[in-house]
Design a protein around this ligand. Structure first.
Ligand code: URP
Ligand code: ZN
Ligand code: ZN
Length: 459
């Protein structure tokens, strides 16, 4: 199968020009003006942006969490991602405390193999570090192509490891060329605030927010950076939400340390006033939404190069699942549906509102994730030899986000009524027409597991 995409405005992290793209099989075979090729399919992309498929390196599909499972599986989740222009996701495998990484991998392979539409990889969440786990970490890096290891500084008793385990893990990961990622909040402080609020019968969703003040994230982010500096391990902080945490990383740069940082679309676009609403449970996630001043700091952090990636932390639950915490905020499953809207929100709120450039948009929505997580230039760019994961985007199309039109398996939208400018119209997934005319044209099983290598981004 060959495809010729004609006259699109091709945007990468580093370039912006009008040309044709010729795809042969699954890869890009040629790029140039007026390419003289015949093709099985010709697409006119005049007046459209053409950029690399989005990479969301922070999603939770079919994940057991807080007594239930996130409501999108690999089929519905990667399908919804494609509708929004995201062609690759990195999900999190959770080690069960007391069990091996290998068993956890098998569980996640059963969830994903033959079920995904878009491509995927996994981060391995190490929740129980010991000598046996250390050997498995080496095996994962060298043999499985899973090179990033997720850690939690919160969720004590379920996912959290202590600082001793963290440093030991960092030393092993550093030695073998991997990367440690982290949910950086102070779990003990948060747990004591949750207990205090519950004892005072303060049980509404607002107290989820008030149990995780900015300092809990700033402190843990700084501590994580210190442990990285000590162990000389490369590290990545997921879902950063606030000015305080960003300043902790800014401080680390003053000793010439480099720490990768991800924020998520919700922290750039929504704020904590939502927790006062009677349906505030919809936005209960960890860390919580913050203040307007934090949004400003995060947009600035992107432009300052302190934040390299914008993900979603897609972890959807239905309203019925959210009702598990109807009487107690601490029992509301944490997370929200987001995978589908990342690219359009980032374009609309970022590029259209002149907060970031078009090149920066591509960099933080695709290219940097490919580089940091060892998949570049197979993924994350438009270049000869790269996978033909390509989005054709109408930059002027206005539409409104709603549960009525989204494809995520969630019966509410965190963005109900939110107006955006810019729409994913056509998506090629490794050369196959995947999304066109609001229809998905590929089947579960098309998506492949992507083996990853070492990080190739220097910041
Ligand atoms: O609220 C969230 N973020 N749920 C998913 C788990 C995590 O901490 O990323
Ligand atoms: Zn987290
Ligand atoms: Zn997460």
């Amino acid at each position: 199968m060959s495809v010729l995409i004609k006259n699109g405005r091709i945007v990468t992290a580093a370039s912006d020009y009008i040309a044709d793209i010729y795809i042969e099989g699954e890869q890009i075979a040629a790029i140039g003006k007026n390419l003289p090729y015949q093709a099985d399919k010709i697409v006119n992309a005049k007046n459209r942006l053409v950029f690399p498929g989005g990479i969301d390196p922070h999603v939770h599909l079919d994940m057991p969490f807080m007594g239930t499972f996130s409501s999108d599986d690999y089929t519905s989740g990667t399908r919804a991602a494609l509708f929004g222009g995201t062609t690759m996701v990195i999900d999190f495998i959770l080690q069960t405390q007391g069990d091996s990484l290998k068993n956890a991998l098998k569980t996640w392979q059963a969830k994903s193999n033959g079920k995904a539409l878009g491509d995927y990889s996994y981060h391995m969440a190490v929740t129980d570090f010991n000598a046996k786990t250390a050997k498995e970490v080496v095996h994962f890096i060298e043999k499985e192509g899973i090179t990033s290891f997720k850690t939690f500084m919160a969720y004590k008793g379920a996912l959290m490891i202590d600082d001793g385990q963290m440093v030991q893990l960092m030393k092993v990961v550093k030695k073998h060329g991997g990367l440690v990622t982290v949910h950086a909040t102070n779990g003990d402080m948060i747990d004591s605030l949750i207990a205090k609020h519950r004892a005072e019968k303060k049980l509404s969703p607002l107290y989820h927010y008030l149990s995780q003040p900015e300092i809990t994230e700033a402190e843990a982010s700084g501590r994580f950076a210190d442990m990285l500096a000590y162990s000389k391990c490369p590290g990545y902080i997921v879902h950063m939400t606030c000015e305080g945490a960003l300043n902790a990383i800014r401080k680390a740069t003053q000793r010439n340390q480099k720490v990768f940082v991800e924020t998520c679309t919700q922290y750039l676009t929504l704020d904590a006033s939502l927790y006062k609403k009677k349906d505030g449970a919809k936005w209960v996630m960890s860390p919580p939404l913050r203040e307007k001043k934090d949004q400003t700091a995060l947009w600035a952090g992107i432009n300052q190069g302190l934040i390299q990636v914008v993900g979603t932390d897609h972890c959807p639950f239905t309203w019925k699942q959210k009702q598990l915490g109807a009487k107690d905020f601490s029992k509301i499953p944490n997370g929200h549906p987001a995978i589908e809207h990342r690219m359009e929100l980032l374009f609309s709120e970022g590029v259209k509102k002149k907060r970031i450039s078009l090149n920066k948009f591509v960099e933080v929505s695709s290219t940097n994730a490919a580089k940091i997580f060892g998949m570049y230039p197979k993924k994350g760019t438009i270049a000869i030899g790269a996978d033909a994961d390509i989005v054709i985007f109408n930059p002027n199309k206005k539409h409104t986000l709603s549960k009525k039109t989204h494809h995520m398996n969630a019966d509410y939208s965190s963005y109900e009524g939110f107006k955006v400018t810019g729409k994913t119209e056509t998506v090629f997934m490794r050369g196959q027409l995947a999304i066109d005319n609001n229809e998905c044209l590929i089947e579960p099983g098309y998506g492949q597991f992507v083996k990853r290598g070492k990080t190739s981004l220097t910041i």
